[in-house]
Design a protein around this ligand. Structure first.
Ligand code: VL7
Length: 140
């Protein structure tokens, strides 16, 4: 994984599964859930060795978080559920695995690539949201 690359991916509204369950698990209000579950998102991931810059973009809200593999940091989920969590991202084989310790148990996400698709599984409590993004561009 020792390379620099920028990957951009797009999510269509039909490719989110059980997103509403996750939103409820995070105590997101009804109106916001309604909007969020129909969003098209773009995921921009810039990797430089162990360092990642990620942007989740949509017409409604954007979310940016940067991290280094193996280094725990304090994440503020600003514009999402607005909580403070202790976040750690590590590699588990070819999966990027994130654990977010905080008020909500069993919280985190996993990313992996299958061909031209970027998978994202977001978990909170017993809720799992599976999103599949299509590759949009690659700039090295
Ligand atoms: C998580 C999940 C939904 C509140 C607004 C929805 C706006 C567009 O953490 C994330 O990605 C990781 C992995 O890719 C970052 O590295 C983004 C997206 C939303 C939580 C909570 C709904 C309100 C969605 C930003």
């Amino acid at each position: 994984h020792k390379y620099a690359c920028r990957l951009q991916w797009t999510l269509g509204a039909g490719e989110q599964r059980q997103l509403r369950g996750g939103h409820e698990g995070l105590d997101i209000d009804f109106a916001t859930r309604k909007i969020a579950s129909h969003l098209h998102q773009t995921k921009v991931i810039v990797q430089n060795g162990d360092k990642f810059e990620t942007k989740t973009l949509s017409t409604f809200r954007n979310y940016e978080v940067n991290f280094t593999i193996g280094e725990e940091f304090e994440e503020q989920t600003k514009g999402l559920d607005n909580r403070k969590v202790k976040t750690l991202v590590v590699w588990d084989g070819d999966k990027l695995v994130c654990v977010q310790k905080g008020e909500k148990d069993n919280r985190g996400w996993k990313h992996w690539i299958e061909g031209d698709m970027l998978h994202l599984e977001i978990t909170v409590l017993d809720k799992v949201c599976h999103q599949v993004f299509k590759k949009a561009s690659e700039i090295r």
